[in-house]
Design a binder for this molecule. Structure first.
Ligand SMILES: [Zn+2]
Length: 215
């Protein structure tokens, strides 16, 4: 990782920094954001998928409130995540808003990689998987494996053909591309820096990312 990547234009926002972390290749990460704080995710070397979920810190109607993929697609009638997209919960309440995005076209439908699905689609298993990363990281917040739901995939490119064909293809993200997510409620943000080496999700191989929380 070069200095350019760390100090590039997309690096540190001109704001009060709450946390600034380099997430190692293949590793999970999480943090609690207060309403109004923003999480910046930077693809330091390019073409690195970040599997992402968020949860309300407080239950709503006695349930864990969590990111809900169909509501996030239904409300804007748009299947990709980009600047202006709101991430909705199962209660159709705004959880986070994408306030800036230098890449665009992030995936909503493919969910995360798991040992089980890798075995079925490739006949072998990757060394690590996002499912297990999510489970490990969410356990720290008292969230069990049943809460690993269909997640968002930043910097992952899944074009949808008119014939219905879908497949992970090379990501459009370049070194230093970033996405900003503003918390619309107090949230637990959880991510897996995707370890996948059996498809294009992590480009030429898993690489580090950077997570900055600011307000
Ligand atoms: Zn993955």
């Amino acid at each position: 990782m070069t200095d350019t990547l760390i100090t590039g234009a997309a690096a540190r926002p001109d704001a009060e920094i709450i946390e600034d972390t380099i997430v190692a290749p293949c590793a999970p990460w999480s943090a609690v954001l207060k309403k109004g704080q923003t999480l910046r995710l930077i693809d330091l070397e390019g073409q690195q998928a970040i599997d992402f979920l968020c949860f309300g810190t407080d239950p709503h109607q006695n349930q864990v409130e969590r990111y809900h993929m169909p509501n996030t697609i239904k409300v804007p009638k748009h299947i990709f995540l980009e600047k202006g997209t709101v991430l909705y919960s199962q209660f159709a309440r705004p959880m986070m808003t994408i306030t800036d995005d230098s890449c665009g076209g992030h995936d909503t439908i493919f969910g995360c990689c798991s040992f089980a699905v890798d075995q079925v689609r490739y006949g072998k298993q990757n060394a690590e998987c996002c499912q297990r990363n999510f489970e490990r990281e969410m356990e720290k917040h008292g969230l069990g494996p049943e809460h690993v739901v269909a997640n968002a995939n930043f910097f992952m490119n899944v074009p949808i053909g008119s014939d219905g064909h879908v497949e992970i293809t090379d990501s459009q993200s370049r070194a230093g591309d970033f996405v900003d997510l503003r918390a619309e409620m107090d949230v637990i943000a959880v991510l897996s820096n995707c370890p996948q080496e059996l498809n294009a999700a992590a480009g030429g191989g898993p690489s580090p990312i950077r997570a900055i929380i600011f307000q």
